[in-house]
Design a protein around this ligand. Structure first.
Ligand code: ZN
Length: 124
């Protein structure tokens, strides 16, 4: 994170997709209604009624993405095991929260990007 001058933001329109994903902002009204669960989209926006379910349709790569990410983390865990030979509990203590956390963040990012993309596609 950079700490630049904190003037008023010149950017108009949508918030950055990363901050939108982290706080779960609706692409239309910007309310924090996008997620009903840590990585589960709400059916629709509680503030403006935007239909998230129909926007999410077609986002089928989520499962593949999650599996790839889990695979990378497991390989990383195996690599560290070979390299440093730490005790097993340390591996679990490090990688269990890391895996859960990064899968959640990746899912949120992916779903948010997908919904925002779909939302923009549908603008006249
Ligand atoms: Zn909304």
């Amino acid at each position: 994170m950079r700490s630049g001058p904190s003037g008023p933001s010149e950017q108009k329109g949508q918030p950055g997709v990363v901050s939108a994903a982290l706080s779960g902002l609706c692409p239309r009204c910007g309310a924090k209604t996008l997620f009903a669960a840590p990585a589960g989209l709400a059916d629709e926006c509680r503030a403006c009624g935007l239909d998230f379910l129909s926007l999410e349709r077609g986002g089928r790569f989520v499962g593949i993405l999650t599996m790839l990410l889990a695979l990378v983390l497991i390989l990383a865990a195996l690599g560290i095991d070979e390299w440093l030979r730490p005790p097993l509990w340390l591996i679990f203590a490090l990688f269990a929260p890391l895996t859960v956390g990064s899968v959640l963040v990746a899912l949120r990012l992916y779903k948010t990007m997908w919904v925002y993309h779909q939302y923009e596609e549908r603008q006249p």
